[in-house]
Write a protein that binds this ligand. Structure first.
Ligand code: F6R
Length: 234
């Protein structure tokens, strides 16, 4: 894994943007995307740029179960707001949080991923080392599934909701098995609250207790961390 340490989040966002730019230059077609605070600075850079994704496909990592796409808390809403409204893609996929049959929805999403192999997958990292909503203890072989959010993730995500009880308890998540098939992976991490997870990902053993540690087994991973998030890496 390659580590790029930046002064701050803003600079990190710019470095992340450059990875997208290079991928496009290398004819990347399919981009795996993430939500949350972390990718926002990179999305801002993309939106301000003249990069053209109109022939590209995006496949997002996850979506809350039970939330409508037009709900401001949904990940579809987030993606429209921060990226797609300003930078349209040919097609953009997220799991359907309202699907009646979750097993079928997960299988359909896997089929989409198989039909469109991901050239560049953008990831954030949870304070507990999760990637997507693959929480500690999740098998490395899983494909798309409904994940139960841990208390620590519910706590962390409650900042986007009026009340912690409104945070959904489940989400569809791309599995680690699918994430690892991406040609290239870009993981961004900003802030001291990510320092332990980033250190465990780099220096610790590869273990399902720290889902991001699996990235040690991937041949092409770039981690962009600000000084605070990289502080505990050996
Ligand atoms: C979001 C996702 C999550 C986040 C992680 C970090 O699509 O898959 O794994 O990347 O929870 O969240 P932030 O960026 O809000 O700190």
């Amino acid at each position: 894994m390659k580590l790029i340490v930046t002064k701050d989040e803003q600079q990190g966002g710019l470095e992340g943007f450059k990875v997208f730019q290079e991928a496009l230059q290398n004819n990347a077609q399919t981009f795996g995307l993430a939500t949350g605070s972390t990718p926002i600075t990179t999305y801002e850079q993309i939106v301000q740029s003249d990069l053209d994704f109109s022939n590209c496909i995006s496949i997002n990592l996850d979506e809350y179960v039970g939330i409508k796409p037009d709900n401001p808390q949904s990940y579809r809403y987030f993606m429209n707001k921060y990226l797609f409204n300003q930078k349209p893609f040919k097609q953009s996929f997220l799991p359907n949080g309202l699907a009646q049959n979750s097993k079928q929805e997960a299988a359909d999403y896997d089929q989409i991923i198989n039909q469109h192999p991901i050239d560049l997958q953008l990831l954030g990292i949870g304070q507990n080392g999760h990637i997507g909503f693959n929480e500690p203890g999740t098998s490395f072989d899983l494909t798309t599934h409904v994940a139960k959010l841990t208390e620590s993730t519910i706590q962390a995500n409650s900042r986007f909701f009026k009340n912690i009880n409104d945070v959904p308890k489940e989400a569809y998540s791309m599995g680690i098995g699918s994430i690892m098939k991406s040609k290239k992976i870009l993981l961004e991490a900003f802030g001291t609250q990510k320092a332990d997870a980033v250190a465990a990902m780099f220096n610790g053993p590869v273990t399902i207790d720290v889902p991001a540690s699996v990235l040690q087994n991937h041949p092409d991973v770039v981690v962009i961390a600000d000084e605070a998030a990289a502080a505990k890496v050996n």
